[in-house]
Design a protein around this ligand. Structure first.
Ligand code: SAM
Length: 244
């Protein structure tokens, strides 16, 4: 059927491509891709040969209207190089405009590094905040960290190997020395999750910057100290004086 199909693809292990994702990709009239070489490999893997249109940060404005027009009569699939489109990847404006034009929008969910990392970290999962990539400049990064320091949620951050140690050190400074996990190469041969305090992890990776793709998961702030009953009594007495 015509419309927009958001298709999640593997983040390292081709076995993670769902049968439904393979089906949609092999029948799409056109596949909007970040990098046609990467997606060509995936299509080859499922024995499909579909026309591709590059759709990335640098041409999205130009290409989007044409894709929106095609959705009225064709099945347009959106993929990114790896994982779930729209998650630190292009796509939300395509969904927005497809909806505005009244086209059908369907998602084919699947791998996402953020969620996979959260499942590996052994940290609370009831509330989490995905921060994507932090700014690379020191001041902007410190500001971004300060902004979330009080948030009572596990934090999920995408990072690259060369910047990992400085990022961990900045997190330790801005958040306090919380427990964290560095997850790497998820679903690939050298998948690992290393846990420790932010400062110990910063020290470890300063000595040996790791290779591969990385997600940092940081524990929520520690429990607030239990309220002092004397304070509660005083607060109650004070509040009572202000009642009409
Ligand atoms: N849309 C993707 C998703 O759903 O996860 C994320 C795209 S973002 C441009 C790429 C970043 O995701 C990498 O820099 C890394 O932080 C993380 N990532 C992707 N694949 C990963 C993997 N196999 N292991 C660890 N992190 C990964």
């Amino acid at each position: 059927d015509p419309g927009l199909y958001i298709v999640a693809t593997p983040i390292g292990n081709l076995g993670d491509l769902s049968p439904r994702a393979a089906d949609v990709l092999s029948r799409a009239d056109v596949v909007a891709v970040e990098d046609s070489r990467v997606t060509a490999g995936l299509l080859r893997h499922i024995g499909a040969k579909r026309p591709m249109v590059p759709y990335h940060d640098h041409n999205a404005e130009e290409v989007r209207p044409g894709l929106i027009a095609r959705m009225g009569r064709e099945a347009v699939a959106l993929v990114s190089d790896a994982g779930t489109p729209l998650i630190s990847d292009p796509g939300y404006k395509l969904v927005r405009d497809a909806r505005a034009a009244g086209h059908m929008v369907v998602t084919i969910p699947g791998p996402c590094a953020a969620i996979a990392a959260l499942t590996l970290a052994g940290l609370p999962t009831d509330r989490f905040l995905f921060l994507g990539f932090l700014p690379s400049k020191e001041k902007a990064r410190a500001d971004a960290i300060a902004e979330v320091a009080a948030v009572r949620a596990t934090l999920i951050i995408y990072e690259s190997g060369p910047r990992l140690a400085t990022c961990l050190a900045a997190l330790a400074t801005g958040l306090g020395d919380r427990e964290a996990a560095v997850t790497r190469e998820i679903t690939k041969r050298f998948e690992e999750a290393v846990t420790g305090t932010l400062s110990s992890l910063a020290g470890r990776y300063a000595e040996a910057p790791p290779k591969g793709e990385i997600v940092i998961v940081v524990a929520p702030p520690g429990e607030a100290p239990p309220p002092d009953p004397a304070d509660a009594d005083a607060a109650l007495a004070e509040a009572l004086t202000r009642l009409p």
